[in-house]
Design a protein around this ligand. Structure first.
Ligand code: SAM
Length: 204
């Protein structure tokens, strides 16, 4: 069965589109910072060091974590040099020293092969960038099999397909679809937060 890619209305590799997205996102969904607070607390609680942020974007999460968690090494993975540039521009030198920026495309089969293993892997508001929910289970399996240290945690936060939330059902999943995919990839899952259609799945 061939999978239909849902075209994106913007090209996040284009510097102008990246700047535009970065300008709007925190105005549209200011509550996303509450998820970032949760991640920072989890990191401190478990004394995590190596953090991988997949589809890392313009640096809101980078800034949030590096400022609050002095012991982490933050690894940003994104296919957009423009996003990495925005992210770097938000960090002072002492935070940049603890950050590294990897350019890669998670739609390529071998996307994870050059990465290491991490204490925490986060994908925040970027899973739907697979451009079809049919790719999600393989993506989660790759994270489970290649990117997690023993005892590591995997955080998936994305918009739900639900009443009052997202309406494109090829791109976005219901809560149950997320749970099914993650379970089939071999994870045990909790849902510690859900705010206005943005839902966090905490997996190990
Ligand atoms: C909607 S933004 C979310 C950014 C960030 N996680 C945040 O919440 O601020 C999605 C990010 O995923 C990146 N992205 C999209 N498709 C990608 C792909 N195939 N491989 C790697 N990164 C991708 C985009 O460049 C963008 O930075």
């Amino acid at each position: 069965m061939s999978i239909k890619e849902v075209p994106s209305p913007i090209d996040l590799r284009n510097p102008e589109d990246a700047v535009q997205w970065a300008k709007e996102v925190n105005l549209k969904r200011p509550w996303r910072a509450q998820f970032f607070d949760y991640y920072a607390e989890l990191i401190q609680q478990h004394q995590m060091i190596d953090i991988l942020d997949i589809g890392a974007g313009p640096g809101d999460l980078a800034k949030h974590l590096l400022a609050r968690c002095p012991d982490i090494r933050y690894h940003a993975f994104d296919f957009s040099e423009a996003m990495h540039k925005l992210s770097r521009s938000k960090l002072p030198a002492h935070e940049l020293d603890r950050a590294d920026y990897i350019v890669g495309d998670f739609k390529q089969l071998d996307w994870a092969d050059t990465l290491q293993q991490y204490d925490l892997v986060i994908i925040h508001q970027a899973l739907h960038e697979l451009r079809n929910k049919a790719y999600a289970q393989d993506f989660h399996s790759t994270v489970k099999n290649k990117l997690l240290k023993a005892g590591a945690i995997y955080l998936v936060c994305d918009h739900l397909f639900a009443d009052g939330a997202m309406t494109n059902h090829e791109l976005y999943m219901s809560k149950q679809e997320h749970l099914d995919n993650l379970q089939q990839a071999g994870f045990e899952i909790a849902i510690p937060m859900e705010i206005r259609g943005l839902c966090l799945f905490q997996c190990h």
